[in-house]
Structures are given as C-alpha cells and as structure tokens.
Ligand binder design. Structure first.
Ligand SMILES: [Zn+2]
Length: 287
C-alpha cells in the first residue's frame, strides 16, 4: 500500500513538474529570428519559437498572434525591417488563447489601434486575461492583461482586408476556440492554398476523459483532425515554427529557388502524426 501511495505521489509530482515546465517560457520564445516573406503577401514576423504572421494589403495589414508582451517590440522591429509600418496593422487575429500567442494583444491594440477578432470559444479567455482557460486558468504565470475583443468569430467566417480573405476554421480541443486560418495566394501566376495550423496538441496534464471544465474536449479534437485532414494545403504554417520545420525551411530559401514552404506532404504527415499522438493519449486515459 505504501509503495502504491509513493508511486501515486511520484506520478503526481512528475505531472505537476511537467505542467510547470511547459508553462515556463522556452528561451526560443524570446529569441529574435530573421523576418521573411513566406509567399505572396504573407510574412513571418515572429521569434525563433513563437510564430507571428503579417499579411499585407494596400488597405492595411493583418497580424496573426501578438505572442508575449515582450514579443511586441520584436514583432514591430520585424515588420519595420521588412519595410512595412507597424501602425498599419488594422486587424489582430489569434491561433489560440494561450499566453504565448496572445499576452501581447493589449499592447498591439494600444500601439496600432487594430481591431481584435477572436473565435467565440476563446473570447472569454482573452477578455479575462487567461483566467477562464479550462486548464491553465488557475496558474498565475499564464495570466496576462485582459483584452477586449472587437469582433466575435464563428466557425467558417471570413476576415477580409483589401483583396485578402482569411477563413477561420474552428479546430478546438487545445483551447475551446483554437483557430486554423486558411487563405489563398497567387505567385508566379499559380494559386496556392495556405494553412496556418492553430494547434492540434494535447498538452501535458490535459484530461481527455471526464473533464468537467471541458466535457466535449475529446469530441472537439476528433472534429479538429477531421477538419485538418479536409483542408487543401500547399503552404504549411502554424502557431509555432516547429510544427512545420520553419528553421530548416528558412535555411533552404534561395533567390529563384523552389519555395521550401510549399509542403503538402509535410502537412499531411504532421496531421497524421498528431492524430496518432491524440489517439494514444485518449486510449491511455480511457483504460
Ligand atoms: Zn497552446
């Protein structure tokens, strides 16, 4: 009996540690990374570890992910380095309402006056500064400045600016409003489907079975994988560069060369691998 209790406490301590480790900032999150054009009017303006995207139009720009509060000056610098004005950001969007993607949103709104569009399932989380998050709401290190949402998005809705149309796909589970963004760009007379994955990840400590704070979590992940598999994808992007091998692809960029971010096969195998990880965890928790 004592051994069992000991084993239980050890498991508990390990779980808590894993959660805390995850909640701590990774050094790559705050490390600058060269801003670069991905394709068409889509630019990477994030850090090494946290992806932010600038989508430019003659009518102003869209920014996806404000990241940490300390990321905002880095993002601003990246935008200006590319020859654009940070103050021209008119719309701020989100991959999902975790602090590493949205803690800087209040600051971005304050500097640029951009309107903040958020998927309905994530609205209360960003407006409470992270407090209503089903998993991290009670962890002070994950909280941030509450930020007012200007437009509530629903699954399948479009965000338009200039000629650019972005579609918000609800891919929940990771958070209740996790959003995968898609758009179409033209380059060299060819059309490309762009997918910016919101996050299909099951974080350490997530309860997939009997989760009172989020009863439909497993069903939401199921739906997410259905949606992700159905999306046509040429250009594979995501909330963190490591989803799509950003650094290795960036290193392969050459003037006049093949665009390394065109990776439909990489997208399909990423989604398949993440689905296997979800199923393994679900099975483990269902035993
Ligand atoms: Zn997250």
């Amino acid at each position: 009996m004592r051994q069992i209790i000991l084993r239980f406490s050890l498991t508990f301590i390990l779980l808590v540690l894993a959660g805390q480790l995850w909640a701590q900032a990774s050094p790559a999150w705050t490390e600058p990374f060269p801003p670069h054009r991905v394709i068409g009017n889509i630019y990477y303006v994030g850090s090494r570890g946290l992806a932010s995207y600038l989508i430019t139009t003659p009518q102003g720009h869209i920014l996806i992910n404000s990241s940490l509060e300390s990321s905002v000056p880095l993002i601003r610098e990246s935008v200006e380095k590319l020859g654009f004005h940070f103050n021209d950001v008119k719309i701020l969007l989100l991959s999902h309402a975790h602090w590493d993607h949205c803690a800087g949103s209040a600051k971005v709104k304050e500097i640029t006056g951009a309107k903040y569009f958020v998927m309905d399932g994530d609205v209360s989380v960003v407006e409470s500064g992270g407090k209503t998050d089903f998993h991290y709401g009670g962890s002070p290190e994950t909280l941030y400045k509450p930020t007012k949402v200007d437009r509530v998005l629903h699954d399948g809705e479009e965000v338009r600016l200039g000629d650019t149309v972005l579609v918000a796909h609800l891919t929940a589970g990771h958070t209740k409003g996790t959003t995968t963004w898609t758009t179409k760009v033209n380059e060299g007379g060819k059309p490309y489907d762009v997918v910016i994955v919101g996050s299909p990840n099951v974080n350490p400590g997530y309860k997939l079975v009997g989760n009172q704070a989020y009863p439909q979590i497993a069903a939401d992940y199921e739906n997410t994988f259905k949606v992700l598999k159905s999306l046509p994808c040429d250009i594979f992007l995501g909330a963190h560069g490591d989803y799509y091998g950003m650094e290795a692809k960036f290193a392969r960029m050459k003037p006049g060369g093949e665009n390394p971010f065109i990776d439909p096969t990489g997208y399909q195998s990423y989604v398949a691998e993440r689905e296997r990880a979800f199923r393994a965890e679900l099975e483990k928790q269902s035993r």
